[in-house]
Design a protein around this ligand. Structure first.
Ligand SMILES: Nc1ncnc2c1ncn2[C@@H]1O[C@H](COP(=O)(O)OP(=O)(O)O)[C@@H](O)[C@H]1O
Ligand SMILES: [Mg+2]
Length: 351
C-alpha cells in the first residue's frame, strides 16, 4: 500500500479533487502581492502555475515570470541558447566565440570545433537552465568529450544542440532584468563562495553561510539558495588542490563553483545604479533582437560594468524568459527594486 505522502503526491495529477500543494515561487508571490495592493482580482488555475489577473475590466494571465504577452516565438528563442546567440550576433552584439553541435555529429566535426576554439571552453545544453549540465573550464580533449556527454544526457537526445564556447576570463557576471524599453534592475552574481575566518574549514564555512534564513531549498523557490556540497563542487575544489577540510585564510574568498547562477548557491548584489549607460543600451538592444519577448533576464558579462562597454570588454551569454524577479527584491547586498510592480506594468501598461 502507498504511504499517505505518496498518495498526496499523485493526487495532484488526478482530474478530481485537484490539490496543488507545491509552493508558488517567491517571484510569483511578489507579483501577487503587488496585484493585491492594486486591488486586482486574482484567480489561480488550480493544478497549474497559471494565474489570472483582472484589472479595470481587463483580464490577463501569467505563468511563473512569463506574462501572456510573450509570444510563442519569443519563448522558443529564449529557450534556445543557440537561437539566441545567432540573433544577438546578427544584431552585432558581442557573444562568446563558439559553435553549436550535436552528439550525432561525427568525431571529426567534434574535434574540429574543439581545435578551433581557445581554451578553456564552456559546454552547455542548448535548452538547459539554472547552470544544470554545464561544464566550465574544459582544458583538454577528454574533458571536452565528457562535457559533451553530460550535456547530451541532460537533453536525452542525440539530435539536441549543444553549445560549445570559449570561456570568458577576467569578466564579472551580471543579470539585467529588462522589458523591451526599460531596464528594471541589475544584479551582480558571484558564484557560490565562502570567506575564510582563519579557523573554520570549507565544510564549516558553508554550514555557517547556509544558516542565513534567506537561503532556502530549491523546492521552495527562494530568492537565495543554500550551497549544496555535491560531487561537482568537490571536483571543482580538487582542481584548485582544495577539499572540504581545507582552511582558508582570514578574509580569503574561496569560489566553490564555475557557474554563478543564484540557484547554484551564488550571491546577488544590486548594481542597478552603478552600471554605465551602455549596459542598459546593450541589454535593451539584446531584448529587441528577440521578437515577442516582453520580459527577459540578460546574462551580461563585463570586465568593468562602470565604463563604456566595447567589443572585448563585454559579452552577452544568454537571454532568459521567465527570469527570477525576486533576486532584485531580495539581493544578498543592496537596494530592493519593486520588480513585481514592473512585471504588472508589462502586463497592463501604466498602472
Ligand atoms: N562563455 C562563458 N564564459 C564564462 N562563464 C560562462 C560562459 N558560459 C556560461 N558561463 C557560466 O555558466 C553559467 C550558466 O551559463 P548560462 O549560459 O547562463 O546557462 P543557464 O541557462 O544554465 O543559466 C553562467 O551564469 C556563467 O557563470
Ligand atoms: Mg544563465
Amino acid at each position: 500500500m502507498k504511504k499517505e505522502a505518496d498518495l498526496k503526491f499523485y493526487k495532484r495529477y488526478t482530474p478530481n479533487g485537484l490539490v496543488d500543494d507545491r509552493p508558488i515561487t517567491s517571484s510569483t508571490r511578489l507579483i501577487l502581492r503587488e496585484a493585491k495592493n492594486l486591488g486586482m482580482e486574482i484567480k489561480h488555475l488550480i493544478g497549474t502555475n497559471v494565474f489570472k489577473l483582472k484589472y479595470r475590466g481587463e483580464e490577463k494571465d501569467f505563468h511563473f515570470q512569463n506574462p501572456s504577452c510573450n509570444s510563442a516565438t519569443g519563448m522558443y528563442i529564449a529557450n534556445s541558447k543557440r537561437a539566441t546567440r545567432n540573433l544577438l550576433q546578427n544584431n552585432k552584439i558581442c557573444i562568446p566565440t563558439g559553435y553549436a553541435l550535436k552528439m550525432s555529429d561525427s568525431s571529426n566535426q567534434k574535434k574540429e570545433v574543439y581545435d578551433s576554439l581557445k581554451k578553456p571552453l564552456v559546454v552547455k545544453p542548448d535548452r538547459g537552465s539554472q547552470g544544470k549540465a554545464i561544464t566550465v573550464g574544459v582544458r583538454n580533449f577528454s574533458e571536452y568529450l565528457k562535457a559533451l556527454r553530460k550535456a547530451a544526457n541532460y537533453s536525452k537526445d542525440r539530435e539536441a544542440w549543444i553549445v560549445v564556447e570559449e570561456q570568458l576570463i577576467g569578466y564579472r557576471e551580471y543579470r539585467v532584468l529588462t522589458t523591451r524599453d526599460k531596464v528594471i534592475g541589475v544584479i551582480k552574481r558571484i558564484p557560490a563562495n565562502v570567506i575564510g575566518d582563519g579557523v573554520s574549514n570549507i565544510r564549516k564555512l558553508i554550514k555557517i553561510k547556509n544558516s542565513d534564513p534567506r537561503r532556502g531549498e530549491a523546492k521552495d523557490h527562494p530568492p537565495l539558495f543554500k550551497i549544496e556540497m555535491d560531487d561537482e563542487m568537490k571536483e571543482f575544489l580538487k582542481k584548485k588542490d582544495l577539499n572540504w577540510k581545507s582552511i582558508p585564510l582570514k578574509g580569503q574568498r574561496i569560489l566553490l563553483r564555475g557557474v554563478s547562477n543564484i540557484s547554484m548557491g551564488g550571491d546577488s548584489i544590486d548594481y542597478t545604479d552603478k552600471v554605465h549607460a551602455s549596459v542598459r543600451e546593450l541589454s535593451l538592444k539584446a531584448m529587441n533582437s528577440i521578437p515577442g519577448l516582453e520580459l527577459g533576464g540578460v546574462d551580461f558579462m563585463s570586465k568593468d560594468i562602470t565604463t563604456k562597454q566595447k567589443p572585448g570588454t563585454y559579452a552577452i551569454i544568454e537571454v532568459n524568459n521567465s527570469p527570477g524577479i525576486d533576486i532584485h527584491d531580495y539581493p544578498f547586498i543592496g537596494i530592493k527594486r519593486n520588480a513585481g510592480l514592473e512585471f504588472l506594468r508589462v502586463m497592463f501598461g501604466e498602472l
